[in-house]
Ligand binder design. Structure first.
Ligand SMILES: NC(=O)c1ccc[n+]([C@@H]2O[C@H](COP(=O)([O-])OP(=O)(O)OC[C@H]3O[C@@H](n4cnc5c(N)ncnc54)[C@H](OP(=O)(O)O)[C@@H]3O)[C@@H](O)[C@H]2O)c1
Length: 299
């Protein structure tokens, strides 16, 4: 092993599938799982039979204080040489709510806070510690499209993402037509958090290039992966369908198992085939155009 690869939410679903693939295909990588669920993560490392190839560190993205503490601790370990140099950072953890309004410890709308803002702070703090040609991979979603281009978003009736501005999004504001605690309001918050992730990727890429950096940043859309913990906030029939019925849709394009998407994510994070590729949005292994809204430098 000669470098560290940090992944948020590495112990479950997409993160776990990517980790499993990395353990098999990247023997030089030591994984760091940043997680709020230590017990589950320990169980997962035991199940993988690779406790010596994974370091579990505590991170709760629901509080920026935890993110800052995590980053300081990680930087100290890297500085002391107790962790291998950081080459890859994968921002994978994410949440989606079904109903209600939810807040981080600092009073920020939680979908925006966890999916976008906490990862933004994490990246900004860890960037200086990344190896010179290090990689950042942000996990996005096809739900960010401002038109219903993605049929899987259309079947869920997902309202289009809109950039309302940082402060309104942090306050949990939604378009006037959506009742703030409704399911569509929470779908809007999720889609918009992924739009923000893409906007950040493009701006970060512009700044890295302007600074002459060789660090790359890409965004990965795993496609719809029914059955993962992302649907856990649903109840009743919706939860049952997410776990039992929707996985059948894997027969159709754009719908994947975590195994398939995990392989693609591991590829984007480590493959020489994408060395130097930056500022791109990937659906699986295909670089595609993200929404027009996500590509407006002024925003
Ligand atoms: N599933 C889909 O259809 C789909 C489609 C497009 C994009 N995505 C994206 O893919 C990524 C992975 O999603 P998934 O489907 O694998 O969902 P998942 O099974 O719910 O996994 C999400 C991971 O994020 C972690 N997490 C959530 N809140 C956290 C917090 N406050 N602090 C630290 N970790 C936290 C969870 O940890 P805990 O176990 O501690 O909760 C879990 O490990 C997400 O970014 C998601 O938006 C998913």
């Amino acid at each position: 092993m000669d470098y560290s690869l940090l992944i948020t939410g590495g112990h479950t679903s997409l993160g776990l599938a990517a980790s499993r693939h990395l353990l098999a295909t990247a023997p030089e990588a030591h994984l760091i799982w940043a997680t709020r669920s230590r017990q589950a993560a320990e169980q997962a490392t035991a199940d993988l039979g690779a406790p010596d190839r994974i370091t579990i560190l505590p991170l709760d993205l629901n509080t920026l204080a935890s993110v800052r503490h995590f980053a300081d601790d990680l930087l100290a370990r890297l500085h002391a040489g107790t962790l291998l140099p950081l080459r890859v950072l994968v921002c994978n953890a994410g949440i989606q709510f079904a109903q209600g309004q939810h807040w981080t410890a600092e009073g920020i709308e939680q979908t925006f806070g966890v999916n976008y803002l906490a990862h933004f702070v994490l990246v900004e703090r860890l960037l200086p510690a990344l190896e010179p040609a290090g990689r950042l991979v942000l996990v996005g979603s096809g739900t960010h499209f401002d038109a219903p281009r993605i049929w899987t978003a259309a079947i869920f009736g997902m309202p289009p993402a809109q950039y309302l501005g940082v402060a309104p999004l942090a306050r949990g504001e939604v378009p006037a037509a959506l009742p703030p605690a409704s399911a569509p309001a929470n779908q809007f918050r999720y889609a918009t958090s992924k739009l923000c992730t893409l906007m950040y990727m493009y701006e970060l890429d512009r700044r890295l290039r302007a600074a002459g950096s060789r660090v790359t940043v890409t965004t990965f859309d795993p496609g719809l992966m029914p059955g993962t913990g992302l649907g856990r906030a649903n109840t009743g029939a919706a939860l049952w369908a997410w776990k039992n019925v929707l996985p059948v849709l894997r027969l159709f394009p754009g719908v994947n198992s975590t195994k398939t998407s995990g392989r693609h994510l591991a590829w984007l994070a480590t493959s020489p085939a994408v060395a130097g590729v930056t500022g791109k949005y990937f659906e699986g292994r295909q670089a595609v155009s993200s929404s027009a809204l996500s590509r407006q430098p002024k925003l």
